[in-house]
Design a protein around this ligand. Structure first.
Ligand SMILES: NC(=O)c1ccc[n+]([C@@H]2O[C@H](COP(=O)([O-])OP(=O)(O)OC[C@H]3O[C@@H](n4cnc5c(N)ncnc54)[C@H](OP(=O)(O)O)[C@@H]3O)[C@@H](O)[C@H]2O)c1
Length: 281
């Protein structure tokens, strides 16, 4: 297993990214500096997370060369469309203190569940394609897209997305979407690769973590990698950050991969691109 994936346009992407949603709450840039110290070079953020400035500040304080970083951001639903997408991109660049992004994603396919989405989606993608052609971003992609959203995009797109970032963890592996993307050469990234801790106590994962001598979190991260899926774990302690990168000293057998892949549904966030969030009690 190597330490990067190659996107469909040839761009190399570090194979584990640091998830930053709510990561800086209460800590500011310090937590990002901890992640840099732990060895992360790939950071996943979004305009919606309101922490791009902290990430930019941490990178500047750490004095890390820009070319050693891989920075992803996303355009939020309210900023989709021909008018706003470019402005949102420029605002992200400014907050991050960078001249370019490594990856820019459409955060969700439908800006408004009650209105036409194919039109705004096509317009947004056109702007993303222009940013890519202008060299302002090294790769473009999507997030939370199911095959029917990608099919709609392909109706007007010139460039195939390089990435689709979706919720993916044991108990919620979205097999149809993963197979569809992998067949088309779109790299799947796993958001909530640990199911936001909801799956870490699952008996199968506990059994297998004992067998391999690793934590359930390491098992989830390694599981994603062995599926060809790029995990984006978030952690708030240096030990967990390090632990989540330490997943190259063991290999899950094909039988155990199968057992994890066929686990009953568990740990889904309730977030779905076509519906209001479903809350579980
Ligand atoms: N595109 C999208 O729509 C979307 C949606 C959601 C998330 N994301 C991205 O995906 C990233 C990751 O997802 P997430 O933050 O929702 O959840 P996650 O990474 O699955 O889980 C994070 C939780 O796991 C805990 N944790 C981390 N390492 C651990 C370990 N080794 N052992 C035990 N617990 C551990 C963390 O605790 P501590 O923090 O206390 O260490 C935190 O509570 C986000 O930060 C964001 O970048 C994208």
């Amino acid at each position: 297993m190597c330490n990067s994936f190659r996107l469909n346009n040839g761009t190399e992407i570090p194979c584990i990214g640091f998830g930053t949603y709510k990561a800086t709450d209460g800590t500011g840039p310090e937590i990002i500096k901890e992640a840099l110290k732990a060895g992360y070079r790939h950071f996943d953020t979004a305009a919606f997370y309101e922490n791009e400035a902290e990430i930019g500040e941490a990178a500047a304080d750490f004095k890390i060369p820009r070319e050693d970083l891989f920075l992803t951001s996303k355009v939020w639903k309210a900023d989709m469309g021909a008018e706003k997408t470019g402005k949102s991109f420029e605002a992200s660049l400014k907050r991050l203190g960078t001249e370019y992004l490594d990856l820019f994603l459409i955060h969700w396919p439908r800006p408004d569940l009650k209105k036409d989405w194919q039109g705004p989606l096509a317009e947004t993608w056109k702007v993303m394609e222009e940013l890519y052609r202008a060299g302002k971003v090294r790769a473009i992609g999507v997030s939370n897209f199911m095959p029917h959203h990608l099919e709609a995009l392909f109706g007007s797109a010139d460039i195939c997305p390089s990435v689709n970032q979706i919720e993916f963890h044991p108990g919620h592996t979205q097999e149809t979407t993963v197979a569809y993307c992998q067949e088309k050469g779109i790299l799947v990234q796993a958001w909530s690769p640990l199911g936001r801790k909801r799956v870490l106590e699952h008996p199968l994962l506990k059994e297998l973590s004992g067998k391999y001598g690793v934590s359930p979190a390491q098992l989830c991260i390694r599981y994603a990698l062995q599926r060809g899926v790029l995990p984006l774990p978030k952690a708030s302690s240096y030990e967990r950050m390090k632990q989540n990168l330490d997943v190259f000293g063991f290999e899950i057998s094909s039988e155990d991969m199968y057992r994890i892949s066929s686990m009953p549904p568990a740990g889904w966030s309730g977030e779905h691109p076509d519906f209001e969030r479903i809350y579980f009690t």
